[in-house]
Design a protein around this ligand. Sequence first.
Ligand code: CP
Length: 316
Amino acid sequence: MRDTLTASPAQTKVPLRHLTGPRALDGALIEHLLERAAGFELVPESADGRLQGRLLATVFYEPSTRTRFSFEAAMHRLGGRVLSAENAARASSAAKGESIEDAIHVISGYADGIVLRHPEVGAADRAAQAAQVPIISAGDGPGHHPTQALLDLYTIRKELGRLDHLRVGLAGDLRNGRTARSLALLLSRFSGNQLVLISPPGLRMNEDITGSLEGVRVEETGDFAGSIPSLDVLYQTRIQAERFESPEEYEGYRGVYVLTAEVMRRLPEHAIVMHPLPRVGEIDPLVDADPRAAYFRQARNGLWVRMAVLDWALAR
Ligand code: CP
């Protein structure tokens, strides 16, 4: 007699829909997810009951406000339920030395999908190898943040009407900033885009990304204020204090680029300012009232985009 309690998706050979990094996102999937997100935003009731009976585990080994809350809100709005480990580094058996592979193997037996944030580059890929349910990366150290890049695309298209032939300035800690790294890769898929990588010499975007930016014009500069007048999008980022070897090294970069109301005068009227948030001083709060400041609208868009991602990964 077949024991239905031990049947798993892996046994049915249905390919799992993992989203562990931006390279998993081809043009057709990006378009599908952005359209689905727009549908959920336009008609929120269209989400009702889509994931009823499904259970999502959110497993966060690093702090988060936007990513965890928006994934959990998205799951609830789709009719599903959530198990949450908001401090998995200390409050799960990782504190006793359990490997990510073992933890994910076990959690796979309790939930229908796992959203994972982890401090190690490649952790989401390792988790996907061990999982029997879809793994969605919520950020792997200084590696990638694929759903942030998707919501960034969604925001750009909503605000400016297109994803091609744009001049986008990515500013700040491009060595450690996973959001800028993922967004650069996705923007390079659309024709005619120009990327201006604005960082101090020690915080340049690594070759693993810049070497993959085919079909897009890339300029590297340290001149923040001088770059702004030619941009359609300024994507400002935080200096990632938690990724530095010492507080002294971080202090050497803190405050290197600050967007003030005065600097905003140099930004074209049609352009927008984005930031994945949290900000820690690199955008003066006085800028918030400027209609070109899109970062809080961007954070809100994370809800619709993560609804689309969960719907894609988990709907039967
Ligand atoms: N943008 C982002 O990933 O924010 P959180 O760290 O608050 O999730």
